[in-house]
Design a protein around this ligand. Structure first.
Ligand code: ZN
Length: 275
């Protein structure tokens, strides 16, 4: 029996629980996710990942406006000043000291993605698994590779490797150069907390990050960052099926004149992953 099979046997699928808003239909493959008004099931995004890769770090959308669009998500702040995690309706800034600060509502974001999180499915994990175990397991569980998912993992982690990036000054360098030269990495052992982020389809390439993108904050809301790697001891993975998308593009001259079609090679994977 493979490790992956064991993993699958060890998880408990809480599909169609009365506590949850919806589930995969039993007799067909339709998503029966609740569509009860407001912006549930809509991913709201500020600017594009390619704009961030180009060094467009000037924000136009306030944290107050962002919070009106969702209670869960991630992003960064004006001038690329740290990693953003949005959880339970609060927005935290994780700076290069590795510490989490409650973001002021007047702060601006040049790139963020949030949703009104409502779990459609929850998976309890009771065995120690690493980040690639979780990635494989989730890809087996997601009902389609053609829609978007907000994902939240609450649990105890035996290791958590995160990073943050410092505020930049004009002329702004490319994101790939900031990450290569200035990112600060933190490795935490035995920490309780929450991972928040998304799995997005490959067709979002150029607009957002295809596949997984996660940020972390501990349960005391004191430290965190952009997730590079982790080992989960036990916890709950909650998945919110997301079929709506709202994009807010910058209107400033830098965005309007940027060459978003520049050949970026593998810059995105360098920026997002633990290479
Ligand atoms: Zn990130």
């Amino acid at each position: 029996m493979t490790k992956r099979t064991l993993l699958m046997l060890s998880i408990i699928l809480l599909t169609c629980s009365a506590l949850l808003s919806g589930c995969v239909g039993q007799n067909d493959n339709e998503l029966n996710s609740a569509h009860t008004g407001m912006q549930n099931d809509v991913l709201y995004q500020v600017s594009t990942i390619d704009a961030l890769l180009e060094g467009l770090y000037d924000g136009e959308v306030t944290i107050k406006e962002l919070k009106e669009k969702g209670d869960t998500g991630l992003g960064t702040f004006n001038t690329l000043d740290g990693e953003m995690i949005v959880i339970d309706g609060e927005v935290y800034q994780i700076r290069t000291d590795g510490l989490a600060y409650l973001a002021d509502e007047t702060m601006l974001t040049p790139f963020a993605a949030v949703t009104a999180f409502e779990a459609d499915e929850a998976i309890v994990i009771q065995d120690t698994v690493n980040s690639s175990d979780v990635a494989f397991m989730l890809e087996d569980v997601l009902p389609s590779k053609n829609i978007m998912y907000a994902i939240r993992i609450d649990g105890n982690f035996s290791s958590m490797k995160v990073r943050s990036v410092p505020a930049q000054e004009r002329p702004y360098p490319l994101l790939v150069d900031v990450v290569a030269n200035e990112q600060v990495v933190f490795e935490h052992g035995n920490v309780e907390g929450s991972i928040v982020g998304f799995w997005l389809p490959y067709y979002v390439e150029d607009m957002n990050v295809p596949g997984y993108h996660f940020h972390f904050i501990d349960s005391e809301r004191t430290e965190g960052g952009h997730v590079l790697d982790y080992t989960l001891i036990n916890g709950t993975v909650s998945i919110d099926y997301t079929t709506g998308f709202e994009l807010m593009l910058p209107s400033d001259g830098n965005f309007l004149s940027a060459d978003l079609l520049r050949d970026k090679g593998g810059e995105l994977s360098v920026v997002e992953k633990d290479d």
